[in-house]
Design a binder for this molecule. Structure first.
Ligand SMILES: Cc1cc2nc3c(=O)[nH]c(=O)nc-3n(C[C@H](O)[C@H](O)[C@H](O)COP(=O)(O)OP(=O)(O)OC[C@H]3O[C@@H](n4cnc5c(N)ncnc54)[C@H](O)[C@@H]3O)c2cc1C
Length: 448
């Protein structure tokens, strides 16, 4: 779906008063994901605008998927039956100042939520590289930002409401539901239709980012812990060539009394003299402000600005999580493949994420490092290369990102999730007939 069709789609779903098919607009256009590498298996897309309509839709359909903001690169969101979109349910944002939480309806994106929170004096603990994604979709796949003390975005979820396969509304909270809650947050879209998500808040804060260029790989190897501890959120961008990390992005909270003058050098890397895109040759116009300029958290923690096409556009993405304690070994193992990776790669990003206790989170019970690849859009070539990367990372029990491309066999993937069989049982409790399952979930989760 191109930009024009997508706008047509958005205006169509905002205008419809009842659960309605969005077929007319799609007549000549195929329904695709954001990167347009996946043509979805059906164009039968319906829009709901109220909880009653969602319940009605759930009761009347034996198989469908909820479509969020379509930012996954694999087929986790695909359906060959029906789609339900809640994108028009994006108005409800309710802050509980006393409890320091915010409850959002399912269609709300971080791009809509974050400025509102800031205006009311609040912040989230972290954001992904772009704000355009839905809160419900992002939390369902354990989407993350960076920062060794920051859990992924799903760790901010303190309560959740969804409609199960029977049409019943289920409310779960961290406080009262223990393991059932921890099993449900990263739900992969398999438990039900999420209607509300409640997130932890903190007082709003200002942040700034500095970028350094050309960090020698040797310095990364010798000082990884110090580098990662040097800011609230740290991203290392590399093309794996020339034994160097091309760019180091350091995002810091602005605390009173903190020195604001950056060091001209950072472990041998040089302070950038202008705003940079993670791929240095591209214009930094769509990137968040750098050079130490103070700004609200939501305009510094993501790399890409709201209101611009983020990242590089036509691309594919892959990402693997390994335990933080093996970070350097794992990075060097991937670096062995630099000659094969180079021709297909746009850029790699390396981030750290704190451990959590969410059953299907790749960071469950392990502080993690995530090694991400933005690829040129050549799936046959990328698909041929991924097994080599997966082999290099196998000694570290790597886990792929739920929303990105991987080739790891299902049995291997399943063996890396201690709580997998509990999750399968939990999903069966809420959805005994597999209403919310698709081929991706059947192959990777329910085939265990
Ligand atoms: C340019 C770009 C940058 C990215 N940057 C990052 C990053 O920095 N960090 C990172 O971790 N990831 C990143 N991602 C991946 C992205 O955050 C995830 O794939 C995320 O899941 C996208 O959310 P979505 O709403 O678009 O999901 P969709 O693809 O629409 O859906 C994902 C899953 O969530 C389910 N779902 C969505 N809404 C609901 C609901 N209301 N109820 C039940 N199930 C639901 C779907 O059924 C599906 O299973 C990036 C992706 C892109 C395209």
């Amino acid at each position: 779906m191109d930009q024009r069709s997508f706008l047509k789609f958005i205006s169509a779903i905002t205008a419809t008063p009842v659960v309605s098919p969005l077929l007319a607009w799609a007549a000549g256009d195929k329904l695709k994901n954001w990167a347009e590498n996946i043509e979805y298996g059906t164009e039968k897309l319906y829009s709901a605008t109220s909880n009653r309509q969602i319940q009605e839709f759930v009761r009347n359909h034996s198989k469908f998927k909820v479509l969020g903001t379509r930012h996954c690169f694999n087929k986790i969101a695909d359906s060959s039956d029906y789609f339900l979109s809640l994108r028009s349910m994006d108005e409800s944002i309710s802050i509980d100042s006393q409890a320091r939480t915010v409850t959002v309806a399912s269609g709300v994106t971080y791009g809509k939520l974050a400025p509102y929170l800031h205006e009311k004096g609040f912040a989230l603990h972290n954001l992904a590289s772009l704000p355009h994604i839905s809160v419900a979709g992002a939390c369902s796949t354990a989407t993350h930002g960076s920062g060794e003390k920051n859990g992924n975005l799903s760790t901010a979820v303190c309560a959740l409401e969804f409609v199960s396969a029977s049409g019943e509304t289920i409310s779960l909270s961290r406080q009262k539901d223990g393991e059932t809650f921890f099993g449900s947050v990263v739900g992969l879209g398999a438990l039900g239709v999420i209607t509300k998500v409640t997130l932890d808040l903190q007082p709003t804060f200002l942040a700034r980012q500095y970028v350094y260029e050309n960090l020698p790989l040797r310095q990364m190897q010798d000082h990884f812990d110090a580098i990662e501890a040097s800011a609230y959120s740290v991203s290392l961008f590399t093309d794996w060539q020339k034994q160097r990390i091309n760019e180091v992005w350091l995002k810091s909270r602005i605390e009173p009394g903190q020195p604001s003058k950056p060091q001209p050098e950072f472990f041998g890397a040089k302070l950038a003299t202008k705003n940079l895109h993670p791929i240095a040759e591209l214009s930094a116009e769509n990137c968040t402000e750098q050079m130490g300029a103070p700004g609200p958290w939501f305009e510094r923690l993501p790399h890409f600005k709201m209101g611009f096409t983020p990242s590089a556009g036509k691309e594919l993405q892959t990402e693997y999580f390994v335990p933080r304690k093996h970070a350097v070994e794992a990075i060097l193992a991937v670096e062995h493949l630099r000659d094969q990776i180079g021709p297909l790669l746009m850029i790699t990003e390396i981030r750290t994420i704190a451990a959590d206790n969410l059953w299907m989170s790749p960071c469950r019970h392990q502080p993690s490092v995530a090694i991400h690849f933005t690829w040129k859009q050549d799936w046959p070539a990328v698909k041929a290369l991924l097994p080599s990367i997966e082999r290099e990372l196998a000694p570290f029990n790597s886990r792929p990102h739920w929303g990105k491309l991987f080739t790891m066999p299902a049995a291997q993937l399943q063996s890396r999730y201690e709580k997998l069989s509990d999750f399968v049982q939990l999903a069966k409790n809420f959805d005994p007939q597999g209403k919310f399952r698709n081929d991706f979930l059947n192959a990777n989760i329910f085939s265990s």
